[in-house]
Design a binder for this molecule. Structure first.
Ligand code: 16G
Length: 245
C-alpha cells in the first residue's frame, strides 16, 4: 500500500478504506494465508494513515476472522477452511481421514513422554497404582491448515516408547497388534482459550469442539484416552440414525 491509495474522503472513513484494501489483497491472492503483516507503525508510515486508524482497520479484520493476531509474533492472514464432513460412526484416525480426502497431514509435536498419570487418566485407562502413562500432544494440520490439538494418553504397557510414533499413532498401534476396533466418543462445545487459539491460528474465544475418545481392543482392553480440541468452523459431523426400538 502507499499513501496515494488513501485520502479520498468520498471513499468513506479511512479505516474502512484500509479494511477494503486488505480484503481485496486477500481476495486477489496478493496476501496469502499465513502471510505476516508489517507492524502497525510500519503500516502507518507506508500509508500515511495514523496508527489509530491502522489499528482500527486491523481490529475490524481480526473481528471478522480474516486476520489473526498472535501474541508476541504479530498479525497474519488467517487460514480459511472449507468444512470437512466427517462420519461419526467410523473408527478412523486423523491420518486415514485426510488420506481419504487426498490431503497431506502434518503434526507439530507439543510434547511426548512417559508420566505419572493424572486421576482422570487412571480412571479412563483403568491403570494400576504403579502404571505410567504415555502422553502424546500434537497440533494436527491438513494441507498446512491447523485443525486440531490432540492430547492422547495411553498406558505405558500399551505404548512403552513414545518415540516410536512417526506420524500416525494408529499405524504404530497396528504394528504392535493393538489397533483399536471400538471407541466411545463424546463431543461438546467450547470457546478456545488464548493458548489453544494461538496453536490453531484463530482468534481466541471462537467456537471449538472438545472431543474425547476412549478406544478399545477386541478383548475390551482400553487403548487410548484422547482429548482433542477441534476448530469449530472446520468440521461438519454426520451420523446415520436408526429408529429407537
Ligand atoms: C483421531 C482421533 C484420535 C486418534 C487419532 C490418531 C478424533 C476426535 N480423534 O484424530 O483419538 O488418536 O485420530 O491419528 O477423531 P493418527 O493415527 O493420525 O496419529
Amino acid at each position: 500500500f502507499s499513501t496515494k491509495d488513501f485520502g479520498d474522503t468520498s471513499a468513506g472513513p479511512l479505516y474502512l478504506q484500509l479494511h477494503r484494501r486488505i480484503v481485496e489483497a486477500i481476495a486477489s491472492g496478493r496476501l496469502k494465508p499465513g502471510d505476516h503483516l508489517p507492524p502497525e507503525r510500519e503500516m502507518a508510515a507506508q500509508t500515511g494513515l495514523s496508527r489509530v486508524t491502522v489499528r482500527k482497520g486491523i481490529e475490524a479484520l481480526v473481528a471478522s476472522g480474516r486476520l489473526v493476531q498472535r501474541r508476541g509474533s504479530g498479525t497474519f492472514v488467517a487460514h480459511r477452511v472449507e468444512k470437512l464432513e466427517q462420519a461419526l460412526s467410523l473408527l478412523t484416525s486423523f491420518t486415514e481421514d485426510m488420506a481419504r480426502r487426498g490431503k497431506e497431514v502434518h503434526s507439530q509435536w507439543l510434547s511426548r513422554g512417559l508420566y505419572t498419570p493424572a486421576p482422570e487418566e487412571v480412571m479412563a485407562l483403568g491403570l494400576g497404582t504403579s502404571d505410567q502413562v504415555t502422553r502424546l500432544e500434537r497440533v494436527r494440520s491438513s494441507d498446512g491448515v491447523p485443525l486440531a490439538i490432540e492430547r492422547a494418553s495411553l498406558s505405558a504397557r500399551v505404548l512403552p516408547d513414545p518415540d516410536i510414533i512417526d506420524s500416525s499413532l494408529y499405524a504404530a498401534l497396528e504394528k504392535l497388534g493393538k489397533r483399536p476396533v471400538r471407541a466411545v466418543q463424546r463431543i461438546s462445545a467450547t470457546n478456545l482459550t488464548p493458548k489453544d487459539a494461538d496453536l490453531l491460528s484463530v482468534v481466541p474465544g471462537v467456537a471449538g469442539l472438545k472431543i474425547e475418545r476412549v478406544s478399545y481392543l477386541d478383548n475390551g482392553q482400553v487403548v487410548e484416552f484422547t482429548r482433542s480440541i477441534y476448530r469449530g468452523d472446520a468440521y461438519d459431523f454426520a451420523v446415520e440414525l436408526k429408529l429407537a426400538p
